[in-house]
Design a protein around this ligand. Structure first.
Ligand SMILES: [Zn+2]
Length: 166
């Protein structure tokens, strides 16, 4: 983690690894939800999982961030970001990229950009909550995610916004 020097990027990566971001497709009890409510909120084309969101989703901002990552991996490491045919593939590839010391920094920057585009940051702000009202009641738990900091302690409501540049 010390390879990621930008605080916001490190925070985004830490939150992802702690499971602090909410993904519809990762509900603990998927059978009790209608299948459509587990689909990606951006494209609706697949289960909303980290693998899909980061490496497969065709959402415009996500694709743009992914293109920047592709370019950086190619330029700095001569690596080609391989296409992931399945969500499981994408999940594995995401893990490989995160746990590779060479690629963790550009990947953390990419994750930061994507979660920001998804408004995974700053959503505990009451003003944000009203601006970004969930599209269904079912989505209400989207706002109730647990925040986690690098030292594992929880942030108080509002505190998070102090350090995050939106
Ligand atoms: Zn999608």
């Amino acid at each position: 983690m010390s390879a990621v020097t930008v605080t916001d990027h490190r925070l985004a990566l830490t939150r992802l690894l702690c499971g602090s971001f909410y993904f519809r497709g990762l509900r603990s009890n998927p059978d009790i939800h209608p299948p459509a409510s587990l689909l990606c909120r951006k494209c609706g084309g697949a289960l909303e999982t980290p693998g899909h969101v980061f490496l497969q989703c065709r959402d415009v901002q996500t694709v743009a961030a992914r293109d920047v990552l592709k370019e950086s991996l190619m330029q700095d490491f001569g690596m080609t970001l391989r296409a992931s045919v399945s969500s499981a593939d994408a999940h594995l590839l995401l893990q490989e990229l995160i746990f590779d010391l060479r690629t963790v920094a550009p990947v953390a920057r990419f994750i930061y950009r994507v979660v920001r585009a998804w408004r995974f940051f700053g959503r505990r702000l009451p003003t944000m909550v009203s601006e970004l009202a969930p599209d269904t009641d079912d989505d209400i738990d989207f706002w109730d995610f647990e925040t986690a900091t690098e030292d594992g302690s929880d942030l108080e409501l509002g505190e998070m916004d102090m350090e995050i540049d939106i």
